[in-house]
Every structure is written in structure tokens, then in C-alpha cells.
Design a protein around this ligand. Structure first.
Ligand code: 1HE
Length: 257
């Protein structure tokens, strides 16, 4: 877990992974994508939620364009598959990931953010897919994940026209689930991660691993997968204890905010 491009820290059950190339706006080099894969693959036991942050004023400027030299088609294919493998470790890794967004969330930076489970944006955040205007295509899983957040038409428009969404619009269309004042994304992401870390592990597992698969299944298969996951989750001793706590007046009530 030693890469100069990434900082790792653990605070109790929450791990903090921070992209650390601020001079290059956290552009993702081959070294950095490898470091992202390594850090999620070797997450210490006991980590129950992760905050993904970027050093400096920008979350991530996407692919490091200085490395986009004259790769041939085969090398391009393997490069994209390397990104896929790395971002799968984020999406299907050991714990839910909360992204703390600010400034540029563009190109591969948006693909990275889309592989996280919850996105918190501060008001300086802006989103773009400049691949369209650079004559290239997304290659980090964005064509699969981004339409699931905002729909295919909006993603195509972003790439056809170079459209940039600001933080407020981004929240409205589903690029982030939370929006906070400038400079507060990390604090809010930590608060959310600490809350998520308290869930029963099987609940978080179901949300990370079953829900996205169910969403892809035909309805009749999805209903069956849901029932199997529900049966497994409710049979855990922790689930039974949490339900008992509520029935005995010790568990939290749902409160209107
Ligand atoms: C970079 C990169 C980068 C900055 N690769 N070096 N992504 C893009 O097309 C976005 C390109 N970046 C930008 O539009 C801007 O840099 C930002 C809006 C993100 C930030 O602007 P600003 O004014 O704060 O910084 P800057 O002066 O443009 O950049 C600071 C330095 O970072 C500068 O290097 P320096 O040596 O001259 O100081 C920039 O060259 C460098 N830098 N972004 C390399 N992306 C799996 S496929 C994914 C495909 C994609 O992601 S394509 C989209 C790529």
C-alpha cells in the first residue's frame, strides 16, 4: 500500500483513501490506477466503510493525458481493461465507498466517482466528459455506470456537446446524492461513512453486491434474488438483535428530519 500517488489512513472502522497528485489535478496515471486497485485489494480487516477523497481543489481530472501516447488498438484494449479491473475493486470491494467531490470531476474522474456507492459534492464541483471533444471514448467503465446514474441520453449529450454540469445540476440529475457548501465534502463524507459503517455487514453486502445485480436482472429473476438475499440477511443474529431492540423500545425510531 505504498504509492506516492495515494494516501491511506484509517480512523476506526472508516478508511480514507486520498488521491495525491494535486499538481496534476489528481490525473490518473497508470501508476495511480494501479495504486487504487492495490489499496482496495489490500484493505485492512475491520474497515467497514471508505471515504475516497482528492488532495487540492479538484477531485480528479481523469486520465493522465500525457500517457495517452500512440498506443495501438490491442494496448488500448488492455489499458481500458486495467481500469475496469481497478474500478471493480472499488465498486465490489470489501466496504461501501463514499466519494468526497470538489472542483473537477471529469472524464476518468467521473468514471471513478461513478464506481463509488455514495457521492457527496461541494458547491465547487463540476462534471464533464471531455473525451468527446478529445476524439476519444470513455474507457473506465463510464459507458456502463454513468447511464445508470443519469440515463443514456444525458451521458451522450455530455459527450456530444462537451456540456458541463455544475454541482447543483449534478445533484438534480443524480450525479451526486448530497450537496454541501464549499470545503465541506470530506467532513460530510466522513459523517456518512461512519453512519454506513454501523450497518449490519450483511446489509451493506446486499446493497453493494446484490442490488446492482438485481437491477440488471429480468423482473422474475430479480424477485427471486431479492427473496434469497432478504432471507439470508434476516437470518443473521445481528438482524434479529436489531429488530428485538426496536420491539423492546430500545431501538431507534424513524424520525422526520
Ligand atoms: C493534466 C490533466 C490530465 C490537468 N492529464 N495532465 N481529462 C481532461 O481532458 C481534463 C483536462 N484538465 C483540465 O481541463 C483542467 O486541467 C482542469 C479543469 C481539471 C483544472 O484546471 P486548472 O486551471 O486548475 O489546472 P491546469 O493548469 O489546467 O493543470 C495543472 C497541471 O495539471 C498542468 O500541468 P503543468 O505541468 O502545466 O503544471 C496540466 O497539464 C495538468 N493536468 N489535467 C495530464 N487529465 C479510462 S479513459 C478516461 C478518459 C479521460 O479521462 S479523458 C479526459 C481527460
Amino acid at each position: 500500500m505504498t504509492s506516492p500517488d495515494i494516501h491511506f489512513e484509517q480512523q476506526g472502522a472508516v478508511a480514507i483513501v486520498r488521491l495525491a497528485r494535486p499538481a496534476k489535478r489528481n490525473a490518473i496515471s497508470d501508476g495511480l490506477i494501479g495504486a487504487i486497485r492495490d489499496v482496495f485489494e489490500s484493505m485492512p480487516q475491520g474497515v467497514r466503510a471508505v471515504v475516497l477523497d482528492g488532495e487540492g481543489d479538484h477531485f480528479c481530472a481523469g486520465l493522465d493525458l500525457s500517457e495517452l501516447t500512440d498506443r495501438d488498438a490491442g494496448a488500448g484494449l488492455h489499458h481500458s481493461r486495467m481500469w475496469h479491473a481497478a474500478l471493480e475493486t472499488v465498486q465490489f470491494g470489501p466496504a461501501p465507498v463514499v466519494a468526497a467531490l470538489r472542483g473537477a470531476v471529469v472524464g476518468g474522474g467521473l468514471e471513478l466517482a461513478a464506481s463509488c456507492h455514495i457521492r457527496v459534492a461541494d458547491e465547487t464541483t463540476f462534471y464533464s466528459l471531455p473525451e468527446g471533444s478529445r476524439g476519444i471514448f470513455v474507457g473506465g467503465g463510464g459507458a456502463v455506470r454513468i447511464p445508470r446514474l443519469i440515463g443514456e441520453a444525458r451521458m451522450a449529450d455530455m459527450m456530444f456537446t462537451g456540456r458541463v454540469y455544475d454541482a447543483k445540476e449534478g445533484e438534480r440529475i443524480g450525479l451526486s446524492q448530497y450537496i454541501v457548501p464549499p470545503g465541506q465534502a470530506f467532513a460530510k463524507a466522513m459523517e456518512i461513512a461512519q453512519r454506513v459503517a454501523k450497518n449490519a455487514p450483511l446489509t451493506n453486502y446486499a446493497l453493494m453486491h446484490a442490488l446492482p445485480r438485481i437491477a440488471e436482472q429480468p423482473a422474475d429473476q430479480g424477485f427471486l434474488t431479492e427473496a434469497l438475499m432478504a432471507a439470508i440477511a434476516q437470518s443473521a443474529p445481528e438482524a434479529k438483535e436489531r429488530v428485538r431492540e426496536f420491539l423492546e423500545g430500545r431501538g431507534p425510531k424513524v424520525k422526520k428530519t
